[in-house]
Write a protein that binds this ligand. Sequence first.
Ligand code: 26Q
Length: 813
Amino acid sequence: MTSPPRTVDGFVRQFLENLNLVRGVPLSASSDNDRYQALAHTVRDYLMARWLEDLRRQREAQGKGVCYLSAEYLLGRQLDNNLLATGLTEIATEAMASCGIDIDELRGHEVEPGLGNGGLGRLAACFIDSLATMGVPNIGYGIRYEYGIFRQTFVDGQQVEQPDAWLALGSPWEFPHPEAAQTVSFGGHTETYDDAGVTRTRWVPGWNVQALPYNYMVPGYHNGRVNTLRLWSARATDAFDLRIFNSGDYAEAVRAQTFAENISKVLYPEDSTPQGKELRLQQQYFFVAASIKDFLDTVLPKDFDLTRLPERVIFQLNDTHPVIGVPELMRVLVDERGLEWDAAWDITRECFAYTCHTLLPEALEEWPVDLLGRLLPRHLEIIYRINDDFLDEVRARYGDDEMRIRNMSIIAEHPERSVRMAYLATVAGAKVNGVAELHSQLLREKVLPAFNEFFPGKFTNVTNGVTPRRFVRLANPELSELITSALGTGWLTDLERLRELEVYAEDPDFRTAFGEIKADNKRRLSAVLAARDGVEVSDGHMLDVMVKRLHEYKRQMLKLLHIVTQYEAIISGKVAAADVQPRTFIFGAKAAPGYAMAKRIIHLINAVGQVVNNDPRVEGRLKVIFPPNYNVTLAERVIPAADLSEQISLAGKEASGTGNMKFALNGALTIGTDDGANVEIRELVGDDNFFLFGMSEPEVEALWARGYKPAEFYQRDPQLRSAIDLIASGAFSGGDRSVFEPVVSNLLYDDRFMVLADYATYIGAQAKVDAAYADQDAWTRSAILNVARCGFFSSDRSMRDYIDRIWHTPPVL
Ligand code: 26Q
């Protein structure tokens, strides 16, 4: 193997060689894509020796590792991250310059792998970054979707989805290993047979697919470590190919092949509202079965004593999506490896742990028994047996309390007989965790109280975190440099050290420098938006940002009502435009393609922007920008530029949020409800540095109990009435009142997320924001304190909590 290029000359040599050998072109004839690919190859060559070394180290150590099972990894661009991890950024920049290439230009050519929907997928990406940085053995298992999250475009202000062909130009970061393929089976039936006097069950599947692993390097930051992300791609098996050969019916044979390969074709773009689609269950079983087999057959030594499996692995279930792994491990242990049921169950119960990411009842996955039985007949039998044994234990404890039995059963009977995957995960998991303190408390007290009582000590909390390498160092290089100039190095892997910045909040020079960086970041963002969408962030504006998936519970409508309220006040003459604090509002949000109300809200945001931005009476003091296709790459630009972070979900609905953490760490102040991790952010930064508004979760409950009538809030509050009336009048739809009528009546008569109930306190809090922003120096002081006090939200700390409370996996030195 070639030696790693540690000098500019070495780097240039290797880069030119890769252009020739990998791309088959000389520099003079190379395209930007050739150059990007060759550069990426040069970085991965450098990582290769370390990767191999880590594989060896981990095999020899025979320690316990984490298998993170996640249907989503929202990785973001890889080049910059891998340059940073290896400390090659300067060398690569100089090397490219000496070839006459602008590395920034090449950076822009990387298509980010969007293999996730939002928070949950990005969390998985942050976690594997932290584990590599901490030297903890980890394999991330998931699916190599051929198409990731759709590319969002707007046509007449309405969302139109385009396929995300992220692999079209080739993916230099992946290593296919077809020789390590696994076979995954589906369908068929089960039968019993006599095995030397013992009755055993076997599954006779109806069809198989091949799972091909693609490995990705997950480098630790400046520690020479490289873990593995292994994503599975579906291929037709030889049997499918044979059918092609033998059938003579070419079209039918190809259809069969397409059928197999459909399994990893596309990421489901729903988040929070799972649809019980067969293909989705196929995806889940496909990657989990391949991963478990891969771990048992290729990662563990041959003839490993499986009763000791819990000493070697914890399978962490990222939400319920991989929970079919529980009956799968039971099937492998009992049917294939010949263990007794009870012994297998003891192993299984120790090998899984479950993270819940939601509180919305409609987001809890259930699979209809007839679908599950058709696709995975043996797994359904195993689930029934797990449930029978569990309910026997419940009866033994509480007697024949049928009400309780029905409530705790893994099998729901209504509206159709189905498997409650969260219950299965809770019964099987060694631990169950929520993702923020409030969420974990509500999980224990509201969602799964019977299980919390039955399994004392099983429930725990691990508050989410984000990787500071990507979301501070890469996204905000100037701030990172300022921090390093104050604290020295080391803080990026020990983020609590940001505390030492508290004293600098009192230093006028530091505040000036901090304020200038924020202004620079706004200019950088403005340039990006100008190039991308032809819009600019106006100078001197406060940047007010709400970026997250579009969902009613997150309440983008509340933000919009604030904008419309300000606009209405100007055009009705209640307020002079000159007296309005100039603000640019940035939205970023994708709606699930089938979520009609979310799509209408997107349309309305664009429509309001169109009107407000072009009304001369506003005098340019309010501006709404909604760049399409918000993704990790855009997040890295928007977040460092933000002054104000909007975290305004109805209390009790947002499990944690992680964008909230990214903003605070980049010196934005939060306006937010007492929800998810906002609670912890506010406790840490202090009430003076956080704009709290809205009902608390118990207040929400109390209002529901009293009877919530949104129309009464509309009647009572003239400001609210004017804003809603303006929308209803057709002012944002060319006079056509019908376009946004569904949005308006939804608010007035079916306001499930209590937008109108929190409106008044939200508007009040926004007035406080305006007042605070008027004193720039004081604002900057608060922003610095946000940075200084949010070190807790490093995903390194999350990983330490998982390790201490759940995994018990020491680093391998
Ligand atoms: C399930 C079945 C079928 C189709 C789709 C799905 C599906 C896909 C994605 C269900 C849910 C998701 C994603 C959920 C998610 O992102 N939840 C967020 O997780 C973050 C990390 O813990 C939290 O910070 C957010 O509060 C939570 O909303």
